[in-house]
Design a protein around this ligand. Structure first.
Ligand code: ZN
Length: 447
């Protein structure tokens, strides 16, 4: 990844001040292009919550990061759920009496109801209609439909095509299997100086949809690749899982070790043209919530912060009351608020390298804030130290205020983020001041 400046490889802790420099302009766009390329590579694959499409996707990601692939057998009880049978599909179509295919899996995997059981029979138009899905409001688009937990079969097609259907017999074929197998997920653990972990989770179970969920999968991959090259204070755990059942399964298998997770993010929908949106964790005031808000507020770009609700992606499971982990959600336009969501219009034209690079940069800002959010102790707490004789007034210029705040609040009880929030000074400026004061032996790290 040529976008990373060599100076950043020295380690995260010392580079926060540089964030604004390296996450702008060309490098941001370059990383966006790398993420976009990975989306385009993964786009044709027919994924689902289980099966070979999911495995193939993990294999592609393994070209970039050393993911460990886990397989959890069908039938495994995970809390109140059971790992489902494994679904695989080779072909599917509906043919009219003239032999013309009016829905063809080979042209788009969205044409098949995801998790359709196998079928091969002749049906009347009336019976066929009961198994068809369309979008009358967007007559050119094909909807993405699933039936994971209720055995069914079906096809999606555009409303325009649907209206052309004539009375008569139709041949329906779905060459799929739904059998005992396993649920696959990918996990990457990057050890840091501390055992405390930052969890980054994305769902990877959708077929040919670009923003939901390939943008999250691809950005998370590039983020893991980037952080793998940095020295890290926190350990990082990246999860590439099927939505809902994947996080439930992972939490069930790892329930005794989740107390290491100090911060977490669910990443999804990060490539559209909308503003960055952060959804708070259930706690609402966790450090990750405050860090995300601070970064977005100081980003100079429009943004939105949403309160937690028990509706959404895998944050629902991480933030269930038995876990209540500090996990928020990072996206651009929230799902359901754009008409392209879960339709064939969420395609490679719907996501841009610019938006992907911008999302990457803000996400990295948030992580770097967490990495650098230390607590210090003022070694000269009785009255102000004389800064002039140390040459500090000259050297910090406009950051004088930040330095005075850091000295005043560094009593071992206020983190740098506390100081930034209370002073109204950006975290980057507060951190820069703290670093300078520490170099002049005026501060000690206390936490
Ligand atoms: Zn979705």
């Amino acid at each position: 990844m040529g976008v990373i400046r060599t100076s950043n490889r020295k380690g995260i802790l010392n580079v926060n001040i540089e964030i604004a420099k390296y996450c702008t302009g060309e490098s941001e766009l370059e990383i966006g292009q790398a993420i976009y390329s990975l989306i385009a590579e993964l786009y044709p694959v027919c994924r689902s919550i289980t099966g070979n499409g999911f495995r193939q996707t993990l294999e592609t990601l393994r070209h970039h990061i050393q993911l460990k692939v886990h397989e959890v057998p069908s039938g495994t009880e995970v809390f109140d759920w059971v790992v489902p049978k494994e679904w695989n599909i080779r072909d599917a179509y509906v043919k009219n009496s003239k032999g013309e295919k009016i829905a063809d899996f080979q042209k788009s995997n969205l044409h098949v109801l995801n998790y359709s059981v196998p079928v091969n029979k002749i049906v009347s138009l009336n019976e066929l209609r009961e198994h068809l899905f369309t979008l009358p409001d967007y007559p050119d688009w094909t909807p993405y439909k699933t039936s994971y937990y209720k055995e069914n079969w079906g096809f999606s097609l555009s409303y325009n095509e649907f209206q052309k259907l004539e009375e008569g017999d139709y041949q329906v074929l779905i060459d799929s299997t739904l059998e005992n197998g396993s649920l696959s997920y990918g996990e990457l653990y990057l050890p840091g100086e501390e055992m405390n972990e930052i969890l980054i989770s994305c769902h990877a179970c959708h077929p040919s949809l670009a923003n939901d969920n390939l943008s999250g999968v691809s950005l998370t991959t590039m983020l893991a690749k980037y952080l793998g090259d940095c020295s890290r204070r926190f350990s990082y755990r990246f999860l590439f899982i099927p939505g809902t059942i994947g996080s439930i399964t992972w939490l069930c298998l790892n329930k005794t070790s989740v107390n290491k997770i100090k911060h977490g993010l669910v990443i999804s929908g990060v490539g559209d043209a909308g503003n960055i949106t952060y959804k708070k964790s259930r706690r609402g005031d966790a450090e990750i919530d405050r860090a995300a808000f601070h970064i977005l507020k100081n980003s100079g770009q429009p943004y939105e912060v949403m309160d937690f609700s028990p509706y959404g992606y895998d944050e629902r499971q991480y933030c269930s009351p038995g876990f209540d982990l500090p996990v928020g959600r990072f996206s651009r336009t929230p799902f359901g608020r754009y008409p392209e969501y879960h339709t064939s219009a969420d395609n490679l034209d719907f996501v841009t390298a610019y938006a992907l690079g911008n999302s990457f940069a803000r996400l990295l800002d948030i992580l770097l804030l967490l990495e650098g959010n230390r607590t210090f102790l003022n070694r000269n707490p009785h009255c102000e130290p004389q800064l002039g004789k140390r040459g500090l007034y000259d050297s910090i210029g406009d950051n004088e205020l930040a330095m005075l705040w850091v000295l005043n609040l560094s009593d071992g009880r206020h983190s740098l983020l506390d100081i930034a929030e209370r002073s109204g000074v950006s975290f980057a400026a507060v951190q820069g001041a703290a670093e300078l004061l520490r170099r002049h032996c005026l501060l000690d790290v206390s936490g």
